[in-house]
Design a protein around this ligand. Sequence first.
Ligand code: CO
Length: 160
Amino acid sequence: MTTLDIKIAGDPVLRAKAEKVTKFDKKLIHLIKDMTKTMYMANGCGLAAPQIGLSKRIVVIDAGDGVVEMINPEIIKKEGSVVGLEGCLSVPQFEGDVERAEFVTVKYQDRKGNVIVEEADALFAIAIQHETDHLDGVLFIDKAVTLRPKEQFETDNNGM
Ligand code: CO
């Protein structure tokens, strides 16, 4: 497995609309494994493919219950509203409060192409919204209601 370089805000790949994945092959599995390793090495709880320079609709999330791999994720239902502190591995210097739906239902494909529909709340729901935004070229700083410089030695893990 390889750790991939994380692209930082200002890189145009982070502003592009990512392409749907149509091939569920060994290359995809390899890529997902590298993305997962990269997320963990960066102490993040989520990572989207554009963040490693690949404009494809792939995200990995670990909201505390192990890694969930989502290919072509689509939020099909949102409910409630919650404001929480977010950071982003592609915006390492800032953190801020973002308003999100409290509950989401997401439809995605697994690494084999099987369609899965899942309901999420808490950090998992936030991460799904943050990561699917990445696939549409949207960063949390576009939506943050407050934004502040991140403490340099902060270990608190809200990067995604
Ligand atoms: Co992010």
